[in-house]
Design a binder for this molecule. Structure first.
Ligand code: F6P
Length: 342
């Protein structure tokens, strides 16, 4: 078989590990050929490809980003998008596609499968918000980066008796905030899953100062105050209808400074959370998912997404992964609340 591989949506550490595993097992064990499509769905849409053999995937395991490039192109928003993809796959002699992506990329994969394209999906996102899989690779790396930042911020916050508000990514799910905040010993963690009362947060902050410690407040970019609105970077929507989040950290720091009389500053971790080398956990998970994905393609098991359930790598229908967003259960948030303000 000649198999196309693409990576779509926001990049994340571990994408190259998947590509490497797919190609290494596909060539060595099964004798398949590969073609790399560039920049997500833009690649098959515009026929943009590059060679992808064992030579091209050597040495990429520890590299962040994706050697194939990525984009948020939505072929269903482009005239004759699906027909163009089918034509380009045929022109390049491609029998099947492995799409590595999150909610949006896999949503496109699901629809293309229903329209007759041979596709297998691999879940990725630092946000860890895809259904049907316990973890997505990239998440562990993002959490470790945020945890290290929080560790460093503790010492400088103590020296200056300041509140430090750390804004982390995660879109409409609070997984990164919850895990980084717990691992980093944050004083308060605020998630999109539960609107927060700014007076209560100010109370936690004051209590922490009374103990002679400076508070670190971790806020997810999608968190919202009670009776307030999500803070948006701007009103623009991407090709999948998503707004760009960001700014809640600055808003919150201003509120906390005004309410507590103590200086409050904001650190926005932004794309640092998506860059650089993957952790061992993410390298192993990405590799195992890649190995299962090429097995699924080899067996012609189309319309499936490979997933981690418990410690096993399994296959689930693609549609299951994108049916609903996997958000933080409130019981998980309650575990973190034990540490707030003390
Ligand atoms: O989905 C991954 C993610 O990093 C989100 O956490 C964040 O909201 C978004 O992508 C940012 O996207 P971009 O890099 O396109 O601004």
């Amino acid at each position: 078989m000649r198999i196309g591989v693409l990576t779509g949506g926001g990049d994340c550490p571990g994408l190259n590990a998947v590509i490497r595993a797919v190609v290494r097992k596909g060539v060595t064990n099964y004798g398949h050929e590969f073609v790399g499509f560039r920049d997500g769905w833009k690649g098959p849409l515009e026929g943009l490809s590059r060679p992808l053999g064992i030579g091209e995937v050597r040495g990429i395991l520890p590299r962040g980003g994706t050697i194939l490039g990525s984009s948020r192109t939505n072929p269903f928003k482009i005239e004759n998008g699906v027909e163009r993809i089918k034509e380009n796959l045929a022109a390049q002699g491609v029998d099947a596609l492995i799409a590595i992506g999150g909610e949006d990329t896999l949503g496109v994969a699901t629809k293309l499968y229903e329209l007759g394209v041979h596709v297998v999906g691999v879940p990725k996102t630092i946000d860890n918000d895809l259904g049907a899989t316990d973890y997505t690779f990239g998440f562990d790396t993002a959490v470790n980066i945020a945890m290290e930042a929080i560790d460093r911020l503790h010492t400088t916050a103590e020296s200056h008796h300041r509140t430090l508000v750390v804004e982390v990514m995660g879109r409409h799910a609070g997984w990164i905030a919850l895990h980084a905040g717990l691992a980093g010993g944050a004083n308060v963690i605020l998630l999109p899953e539960r609107q927060f009362d700014v007076e209560q947060v100010a109370g936690y902050v004051e209590k922490r100062f009374q103990h002679q410690y400076a508070p670190i407040v971790v806020v997810a970019e999608g968190a919202q105050p009670l009776d307030g609105q999500m803070v948006l970077h701007n009103q623009e929507l991407d090709a999948f209808g998503h707004v760009r989040l960001g700014g809640i950290g600055q808003w919150l720091a201003e509120q906390l400074e005004a309410k507590t009389g103590k200086e409050a500053r904001t650190v926005v971790l932004g794309h640092i959370q998506r860059g650089g080398t993957p952790t061992a956990f993410d390298r192993v998970l990405a590799t195992r998912l890649g190995l299962q994905a090429i097995d699924a393609v080899h067996e012609g098991d189309w319309g499936k997404m490979v997933a981690m359930q418990s410690t096993d790598i399994v296959r689930v229908p693609l549609a299951e992964a994108t049916r609903e967003l996997k958000t933080v259960p409130l019981e998980r948030y309650a575990e973190a609340e034990v540490f707030f303000g003390n």
